[in-house]
Write a protein that binds this ligand. Structure first.
Ligand SMILES: Nc1ncnc2c1ncn2[C@@H]1O[C@H](COP(=O)(O)OP(=O)(O)O)[C@@H](O)[C@H]1O
Ligand SMILES: [Mg+2]
Length: 274
């Protein structure tokens, strides 16, 4: 990204997160009211170009809050986030806009990014209009058709509405929508948690194929250890807002003496609503 990106040494991290914290002041319930929750507590890690880093942890441990800070949807209480060596708070307006495009997210619930009342063609044209405003409508249409085919969907589906799609097809659509803007970092937050295992596998396959073809980096968030094993190069484990472990997938997940990781392993088949 920008001149700073070009002058960086080969192998420098694409993303550097340092001492990131997010506190929420609890509002609900007489017992909790006013108590500060350290949803993300002093998390530091790097991400390297082209890797799939899996963020693993039980429901409520702070995974989505961390992702939303990386997306700039939630302001950190403290700590820094740098993309290509430039800290977000030091970015000028143009660089900040580029950063917003460079990091895209796919959610557990596809309706978080796909308005069910609108047609697919208009849903997919929207990010192109936002980030690639100089494209003609023919160019937009052709990019949309190409990405739909790449994601295993019929290009004719532009006339349909999201409600006419199955769960797996909706996640294909959400991935297509994210890929249209050519992200450098894709955050996938529990994107297969609501799907049956065979459909999960198809979506994971799509994600890894797309990652190779389009050369982006993935932060893959899941509470499901078996999913983490299938896709990740490295794993980081969160526990109550803190970083419990980070390293190559097999090193971390086969450390069976860690009771927290064992517990995650045992709860593979439970559905997490968070
Ligand atoms: N906007 C918010 N206000 C108050 N508390 C929040 C908010 N968002 C998340 N939390 C709390 O922060 C903790 C971490 O939530 P979350 O990041 O969604 O966890 P995960 O994605 O790992 O399930 C939870 O206890 C959750 O209730
Ligand atoms: Mg979550």
């Amino acid at each position: 990204m920008g001149a700073e990106g070009l002058s960086r040494p080969a192998g420098a991290p694409i993303l550097e997160v340092r001492r990131l914290c997010k506190d929420f002041v609890q509002s609900g319930g007489a017992l909790k009211k006013g108590i500060v929750l350290n949803a993300v507590a002093d998390i530091s890690f790097d991400m390297h170009e082209g890797e799939i880093l899996c963020l693993l942890g039980e429901s409520g441990c702070g995974k989505t809050t961390l992702a939303r800070m990386l997306m700039h949807l939630v302001r950190p209480t403290s700590g820094t986030i740098a993309l290509d060596g430039v800290e977000v708070q030091d970015m000028g307006e143009r660089q900040f806009r580029k950063m917003r495009r460079a990091i895209q997210m796919v959610y557990q619930n596809p309706f978080d990014c796909l308005d069910p009342s609108r047609r697919v063609g208009s849903l997919l044209a929207e990010p192109l209009k936002l980030w690639f405003g100089d494209l003609s409508s023919d160019e937009r249409r052709s990019r949309i058709e190409n990405v739909l085919v790449e994601c295993g969907l019929d290009p004719e589906c532009v006339g349909k509405r999201p409600k006419e799609f199955s769960g797996g097809q909706l996640q294909r659509l959400a991935i297509a929508r994210a890929l249209l803007v050519r992200p450098r970092l894709l955050i996938a937050d529990e994107i297969v948690s609501a799907l049956d295992v065979p459909i999960q596998n198809q979506i994971l396959q799509l994600l890894t194929t797309m990652k190779e073809e389009h050369r982006f980096t993935v932060l893959f968030i899941t509470h499901d250890l078996s999913v983490a094993r299938k896709v990740s190069d490295r794993v980081m484990v969160m526990k109550q807002g803190q970083l419990a472990a980070i390293g190559p997938t097999s090193d971390v997940l086969d450390r069976s003496d860690d009771p927290y990781i064992q517990k995650l392993s045992a709860s593979v088949f439970t559905f997490e609503g968070a």
